[in-house]
Design a protein around this ligand. Structure first.
Ligand SMILES: NC(=O)c1ccc[n+]([C@@H]2O[C@H](COP(=O)([O-])OP(=O)(O)OC[C@H]3O[C@@H](n4cnc5c(N)ncnc54)[C@H](O)[C@@H]3O)[C@@H](O)[C@H]2O)c1
Ligand SMILES: O=C(O)C[C@H](O)C(=O)O
Ligand SMILES: [Mg+2]
Length: 542
């Protein structure tokens, strides 16, 4: 619906700005409120692209695009759609990380919901105040583990805003039906607490009892107000991430992107990599650096895949080695979570080793797959990578930590240290790597390949749960779209311009699975495909 007069002009979801025609201006009471010239959407895209290009650095570009989004969403998405590869790193990883760190400094206008602990007891009212009535997808964070940048308090809001932009750009979710949320439960980031500009509740993070009660009140309010919404958890610190997911996943439509989305994209990328390497996953030794919720989530899915390929649970666990800040996870270590314990190696297997750091593990194990979800920049050293490259023809090496400053290795180095044999995918975007006069694109193994498609799937299918099998189908469908399957010299994951189309494919397969799993109303495959097509929103003036 288009509002009249000034209100219509400033409603970012419906405004056309200078593209309102003479007739519309007359009809909507806009005469005199706009400069005389009438532009088309394409004119506006060309103009905003020019303005975007004039911004000095990436954060300035981010601020420009965020302001455009607050002003005119149709134009924002049309501009993005024409420049996905260039603009993804600006609205999303890595620049969004800096935008979170500087959130209070660069704040212009509110967006979404700021759910603050001092407002506890009134969260139903907070939810009722939401800017958009009908919501398909909520992305919520508590700002405690923003990428690999740690606790950003309320600044974490940049992440739900960025992720939801991609739900729309890639997954076709109507921007009028999205809701970014930050749970403001304090921050332990002293720099933020001491910053006079800080816009959050100036308080240390609350204790666990209060925390879980508050999360519960929030979830209850969401379920009362928006019973069908997809609630996506994002960038929660590991000690809270899995308990929250386990508490709600059987009761409502919800998933944790860092645990499940990351696992699905990684499995998808490994599918192509294993094929090129000529060795199925079940025959590989896998080493993971990092035992946080992301790392353990990925390994859970890898183990399930190994079992699907014929191994027993125990045989799969034998092939998986996890190293954290204290060394290899072994069964004599104390303080491991249940999830970590499932991947602890028997201590006797390593009792004659000199040490259990990453270098020791790579030295002792015939490692074929090396993954990093550790935030430990540069941890895949030349020595480690060269040793691994001596053991296998096509080493599979994924430095997946974000943002760029936290990557375990640079793809250029991996290429050099393995004479171009490494099969690489990174969490953050990197420039193509040159070899033999040819530039090769580096696959970005980031959950952005999964979550927009998952949102589209559950919205189109009216699903009520996100099952493990739906995530596996997403991984498989993505894996089948790997350009490396057709040509081993190609990247492990599809190019950005193909991603919206592939998201449709993934969404359709996932929605079919939701019906099979009995968590969505009965529909034929054709009906599913039609529902997905109908659900997709496109940026045009209406
Ligand atoms: N590519 C993606 O799509 C994607 C998705 C999710 C998370 N991530 C990234 O993964 C990283 C980890 O996320 P998390 O939530 O699991 O974090 P986390 O902080 O809970 O876990 C980090 C783990 O790494 C270990 N670690 C830290 N420093 C280390 C070091 N120097 N040597 C060895 N181990 C070390 C820690 O002991 C811990 O087990 C973040 O950078 C995040 O941005 C990427
Ligand atoms: O946000 C990203 O780029 C991926 C992932 O969710 C992360 O936390 O690093
Ligand atoms: Mg995340």
């Amino acid at each position: 619906m288009v509002h009249k007069g000034q209100n219509g002009l400033f409603d970012a979801l419906t405004t056309k700005g200078t593209a309102f025609t003479r007739e519309e201006r007359a009809e909507l009471g806009l005469l005199g409120l706009l400069p005389y010239a009438v532009k088309t959407l394409d004119d506006q895209v060309a103009h905003t692209y020019q303005e975007f290009s004039r911004r000095r650095d990436d954060l300035d570009k981010h601020i420009y695009l965020r302001a455009l989004q607050d002003r005119n969403e149709t134009l924002f998405y049309r501009l993005l759609a024409g420049h996905v590869e260039e603009m993804l790193p600006i609205v999303y990883t890595p620049t969004v990380g800096e935008a979170c760190e500087r959130f209070s400094d660069i704040y212009r206008r509110p967006r979404g919901l700021f759910v603050a602990y001092p407002d506890r007891g009134r969260l139903r009212e907070v939810l009722r105040n939401r800017p958009n009535r009908d919501v398909d997808v909520i992305v919520v964070t508590d700002g405690q583990r923003i990428l690999g940048l740690g606790d950003q308090g309320i600044g974490g809001m940049g992440i739900p805003i960025g992720k939801l932009s991609l739900y729309t750009l890639i997954g076709g979710i109507d921007p009028a039906r999205t809701l970014p949320v930050v749970l403001d439960v304090g921050t332990d980031n002293v720099e933020r607490l001491e910053d006079p500009n800080y816009l959050g509740w100036r308080h240390r993070r609350i204790g666990d009892d209060e925390y879980y009660a508050f999360v519960d009140e929030f979830v209850t309010a969401v379920r009362e107000e928006l019973p069908e919404v997809l609630l996506q958890w994002e960038d929660f610190a590991t000690p809270h991430a899995l308990p929250i997911l386990e508490r709600y996943r059987e009761e409502m439509l919800t998933f944790n992107d860092d645990i499940q989305g990351t696992a699905a994209v990684t499995l998808g990328a490994l599918q192509g990599a294993a094929r090129v390497a000529g060795r199925p996953l079940a025959e590989q030794q896998v080493v993971m650096l990092g035992a946080g919720s992301a790392g353990i989530g990925v390994l859970e899915m890898i183990r399930q895949e190994m079992v699907a390929q014929g191994l027993s649970d125990a045989e799969a666990a034998e092939r998986i080695w996890v190293v954290d800040i204290d060394g290899l996870l072994t069964d004599d270590r104390t303080g491991l979570s249940d999830g970590q314990r499932r991947f602890a190696q028997p201590a006797e297997r390593v009792e004659d080793w000199d040490g259990t750091g990453l270098a020791d593990v790579v030295h002792r194990v015939e490692v074929g797959v090396l993954l990093g979800l550790s935030t430990a920049a540069g941890a895949f050293t030349e020595e480690i990578v060269r040793e691994m490259a001596g053991k296998t023809d096509r080493p599979i090496i994924f430095p997946l930590s974000n943002p760029t400053s936290r990557a375990e290795a640079h793809p250029r180095e991996l290429d050099e240290w393995t004479d171009g044999r490494a099969l690489v995918a990174t969490g953050s975007p990197f420039a193509p790597v040159e070899r033999g006069g040819k530039a090769r694109r580096i696959a970005q193994c980031n959950n952005v390949y999964i979550f927009p498609a998952m949102g589209l799937a559950v919205t189109a299918a009216r699903a009520t749960r996100v099952t493990d099998e739906m995530m596996r189908v997403a991984a498989r469908t993505l894996g089948e779209a790997s350009p490396a399957l057709a040509d081993p010299a190609e990247p492990l994951l599809p190019a950005w311009e193909d991603v919206p189309e592939i998201a449709t494919r993934i969404a359709t397969a996932v929605a079919v699975q939701a019906v099979k799993d009995g968590v969505a109303p009965e529909m034929s495959e054709d009906e599913v495909a039609e529902a997905v097509r109908r659900t997709r929103w496109t940026p045009e003036y209406r």
